[in-house]
Design a protein around this ligand. Structure first.
Ligand code: ZN
Length: 92
């Protein structure tokens, strides 16, 4: 960098005075009193504007069953790869 281009400390600090992060503005849910993004659905209870717009309980249960199905499928795959299973296949 050429000396001509160098900024003073004051100049640098003035520029950086706009770099501070602001805390996000949050609204309080009227249904469950949790904080949520304003003008967005509450992620705790699925309510927006005093009305339930998404059944988060059902979504959570569906996700749980999906994960359990995936996990059991993986366990079956792992069981097929055990040495005993491989030895059994070798005998055939
Ligand atoms: Zn809520």
């Amino acid at each position: 960098m050429v000396v001509r281009m160098r900024h003073t400390r004051s100049h640098t600090a003035n520029r950086r005075s706009h770099h501070a992060l602001k805390a996000p503005a949050l609204a309080v849910c009227k249904n469950c009193n949790a904080t949520h993004r304003p003008h967005h659905m509450c992620l705790e209870c699925g309510y927006y504007n005093g009305r339930q717009v998404m059944d988060l309980q059902a979504k959570k249960e569906a996700r749980q069953t999906r994960l359990e199905a995936k996990r059991s499928a993986q366990n079956v795959a792992v069981a097929d790869n055990t040495p005993e299973a491989a030895a059994d296949e070798g005998k055939k």
